[in-house]
Design a binder for this molecule. Structure first.
Ligand SMILES: Nc1ncnc2c1ncn2[C@@H]1O[C@H](COP(=O)(O)OP(=O)(O)O)[C@@H](O)[C@H]1O
Ligand SMILES: [Mg+2]
Length: 310
């Protein structure tokens, strides 16, 4: 599969004060986004997500490392035309209306005047702002401005969409709406890179994630592989089993308040099942344990992110 973006050993340090030493914001980062993929770039605040995305776009000059876009090194005019970008804090001239703003961006991208109107109507309908098309942006809520930012990022029908924390400031409905838009884009073959510290959102949208912390890779891969915990299983019982605990294998622990879900290692599974049945309890189900991304993330970056600024 062709890589739309490949980053190798990226480094970027910032000066933190006039006399202070430089601090590594990105410290040897690797990343790959394949064509047609939705990749989630995950990490706590200060992990280096925005710096990474800005480096890709040429808005930040890395100290070292290599960035390939569409198979070519660095960002050039040709690549720029194929990329749509939603910055973390989109800034708009608030006296403009959505229609005027999109027209402006359309011209910037060299869209044919004949096609611009139709493109704008399509985008406004996509992000649910048709009725507000001629309303001044200073009357928009944060969520509406965020949707405007997405429309702006899509003006040139980009092959590669880069979104920096697209769901920040959105209410649950707004988040669902954006997820729908991204799923439609994926169907249409758009490659998407999304940064987020809000894990539950990425979980539903992304094919794969790259978890970073302090400018370094922590883990990456397909979500199912990352989230299926090493060798733990969960047995659920039809009724809480009140008398079992004394005899259970050492790896077994009850999940939650009620004694009706038991988590344990695979090697202890047979013994535990036999014990439960011998005790007259009924088994409702057995499944491999899947951590939530939050749990996984907390486990992986715990300790290492202490002291990271919010
Ligand atoms: N312009 C800058 N000057 C100095 N330090 C910066 C600058 N931009 C980012 N940083 C620092 O680099 C680190 C990574 O920041 P950033 O890329 O914004 O992380 P994220 O987007 O994951 O929250 C943080 O420690 C941040 O304080
Ligand atoms: Mg950021």
């Amino acid at each position: 599969m062709a890589a739309v973006l490949r980053i190798e050993n990226l480094k970027k340090s910032y000066r933190t004060g006039r006399k202070s030493p430089r601090r590594e914001a990105i410290d040897g980062l690797n990343l790959q986004v394949d064509a047609g993929q939705i990749l989630g770039l995950l990490g706590p605040n200060g992990a280096g997500k925005t710096t990474t995305l800005k480096s890709v776009l040429g808005l930040v000059n890395p100290d070292s490392g290599d960035i390939w876009l569409f198979g070519e090194q660095g960002i050039n005019a040709k690549a720029r035309k194929k990329i749509g970008f939603l910055p973390e804090q989109p800034y708009f001239e608030l006296y403009l209306t959505p229609r005027k703003l999109l027209k402006y961006f359309g011209k910037l991208f060299g869209l044919q005047p004949s096609g611009i109107e139709a493109r704008i109507s399509h985008l406004l309908s996509l992000v649910g702002l048709t009725e507000e098309a001629d309303l001044s942006l200073n009357r928009f809520s944060k969520g509406m401005l965020q949707r405007m930012g997405i429309a702006q990022a899509l003006i040139s029908e980009p092959e590669f969409l880069i979104l920096d924390e697209p769901s920040s400031g959105l209410d649950p409905l707004g988040k669902v709406h954006i997820r729908g838009i991204l799923e439609d884009l994926r169907q249409g073959g758009t490659t998407i890179l999304i940064s987020s510290h809000q894990l539950s959102e990425i979980e539903d949208i992304c094919d794969a994630v790259a978890i970073i912390d302090r400018g370094r890779n922590v883990a990456s891969g397909c979500l199912d592989e990352l989230l299926l915990s090493e060798d733990r299983y969960e047995i659920s019982l039809l009724e809480p089993a009140l008398d079992l605990s004394a005899e259970l294998p050492p790896s077994a622990k009850w999940v939650g308040e009620e004694k009706d879900r038991l988590s344990l290692r695979r090697v202890d599974l047979n013994d535990a099942l036999k014990l439960i049945i011998d005790n007259g309890a009924s088994i409702a189900g057995v499944r491999e344990e899947r951590l939530s991304l939050e749990e996984y993330f907390t486990n992986r970056v715990k300790g290492s992110s202490e002291g990271t600024e919010e």
